[in-house]
Design a protein around this ligand. Structure first.
Ligand SMILES: Cc1cc2nc3c(=O)[nH]c(=O)nc-3n(C[C@H](O)[C@H](O)[C@H](O)COP(=O)(O)O)c2cc1C
Length: 184
């Protein structure tokens, strides 16, 4: 008989540790250290294990790194300028948008595909479970991350080439966290 890798006690201890320590970490606390491709692929893969009613698999992720990430940052700033009335426009916020994207190793756009087979809220619930999987995987890998939902995302469908039955519901910022130097 095959021996399980972990006992139920070990599994719940590890799972509790990861769930309880999960938190949102913002780009200002990300270091310059790169997230390796394999780790990134692992995180995206774990997102796909969320359940979905009738197995509609509504999750649509688009991963932005390097030049493509800078293009996304510029696009978001451009949208902010376009949708903000001049009296409410803040130059600092405009600059911060690209700076935040620039400070992140990776930004993943989170979109939902509405299949029409189940109520839309069920597709959204499934995508939110996928995002939690990414949060937990990032926590385990000591990668800072958070789900951001700025008003600009409503204007991203064309840039993301989304279909009419798809909606962008957030940006997932990621970056290695700055570790405090070890005590000597
Ligand atoms: C659906 C959703 C949307 C969010 N949107 C934003 C956002 O636009 N800006 C932001 O600073 N945080 C956003 N967050 C992160 C929350 O602010 C954060 O989860 C909350 O403050 C609790 O902190 P914790 O994640 O460390 O437990 C969002 C979280 C969720 C679940």
């Amino acid at each position: 008989m095959e021996h399980p890798k972990f006992t139920p006690e070990e599994k719940i201890a590890l799972l509790s540790e990861i769930i309880e320590s999960r938190k949102s970490v913002f780009p200002r606390d990300y270091s310059d250290e790169k997230i390796d491709e394999e780790t990134l692929r692992e995180i995206v893969k774990l997102a796909s294990f969320a359940p979905s009613h009738k197995r509609t698999k509504p999750l649509r992720l688009q991963v932005f790194r390097g030049d493509e990430k800078n293009e996304l940052g510029n696009k978001l700033a451009e949208i902010y300028k376009a949708i903000t009335s001049p009296d409410l426009f803040l130059e600092k916020k405009y600059i911060d948008i690209t700076a935040k994207v620039g400070k992140s190793d990776t930004v993943i756009t989170i979109s939902v595909n509405y299949s029409g087979l189940v109520p839309e809220w069920e597709e959204l619930a499934s995508v939110a479970m996928s995002v939690q999987n990414m949060y937990l995987a990032c926590t385990a890998r000591e990668i800072g991350c958070y789900w951001s939902t700025p008003g600009m995302i409503r204007h991203l469908p064309e840039f993301l080439a989304l279909d009419d039955h798809q909606q962008c519901i957030g940006l997932f910022y990621m970056g290695k966290v700055v570790h405090a130097p070890a005590k000597s």
